[in-house]
Design a protein around this ligand. Structure first.
Ligand code: C5P
Length: 239
């Protein structure tokens, strides 16, 4: 079944007041709000509580990567904050990912709630083949993306973050129920900003995305709520 509202808005803002203002405008019109490292590091977990109290679904994008015990603790802390989605680096390995899945499951059982959707990050899109090779991983990049994606699914992760360009590759090799979340989305009319390889929302959905992470085309619009609704209409009409 298609996600009724696949839009996740990236709240890439440096302070709580702006984040809350955007959340109030946007939460009725989008599927979730993404809190990343900038906002979380600046204002702390209180912003998650505020957005949850306002009824928004929260995607905590902190990309955990540490020893299994530490990541399990971080996942428990995120589950206590009642976030609906969170990210971790698949390069942390299968033991780390299994510990995260177990921690999320145990917390959900203890509290009688749904576990957060754990999303694996494979190769950062800022890494080109030379940057990957510097870290000891020979190319091509897609091969490493596929390898880490398979590892993540075998370790029990229910979803992945990937670039629009990776959607078709991953859809072809992963079980159909795997949730794919993709940034790098620009509505047909929008400015590209620093995003170079982009897809429109409808193209990304057609290529197999379940969720679209969209920041500036919505948060930088004169009326963010109208921008979000236009994008949703664009998706529903198929582009
Ligand atoms: O403003 P924009 O739509 O470019 O925001 C996209 C969001 O997705 C940002 O929070 C950015 O950090 C994140 N992201 C990305 N490209 C990736 C991974 C994450 O743009 N490859």
């Amino acid at each position: 079944m298609q996600n009724p509202n696949p839009i996740i808005v990236a709240l890439d803002v440096p302070d709580a007041a702006r984040a809350i203002e955007l959340a109030e405008q946007l939460s009725p019109h989008v599927g979730a709000l993404k809190i990343g490292k900038e906002l979380f590091t600046a204002v702390g977990p209180e912003i998650v509580r505020r957005l949850r109290a306002a009824g928004a679904r929260v995607f905590l994008d902190l990309k955990f990567h540490d020893i299994p015990n530490t990541v399990a603790g971080a996942v428990r802390a995120a589950a206590r904050l009642d976030v609906q989605m969170l990210t971790l680096h698949t390069a942390g390995g299968s033991a780390m990912m299994r510990a995260a899945v177990q921690a999320a499951g145990e917390m959900a059982q203890a509290t009688g709630t749904e576990p957060p959707l754990l999303l694996g990050v494979t190769v950062l899109t800022s890494m080109d083949p030379a940057a990957l090779e510097e870290t000891g991983v020979p190319g091509p990049v897609e091969q490493q993306v596929e390898r880490l994606a398979r590892l993540a699914i075998e370790a029990g992760l229910p979803g992945l973050v990937c670039s629009p360009q990776e959607l078709r590759l991953l859809r072809a090799v992963l079980p159909a129920e795997v949730q794919l979340v993709t940034p790098g989305i620009r509505p047909a009319s929008a400015a590209l900003g620093d995003q170079k390889r982009v897809m429109t929302p409808a193209e990304a959905m057609a290529a197999g995305a379940n969720w679209l992470v969209i920041g500036r085309p919505i948060t930088g619009a004169a009326d963010p709520a109208i921008a979000a609704r236009q994008i949703l209409e664009e998706i529903r009409s198929g582009g």
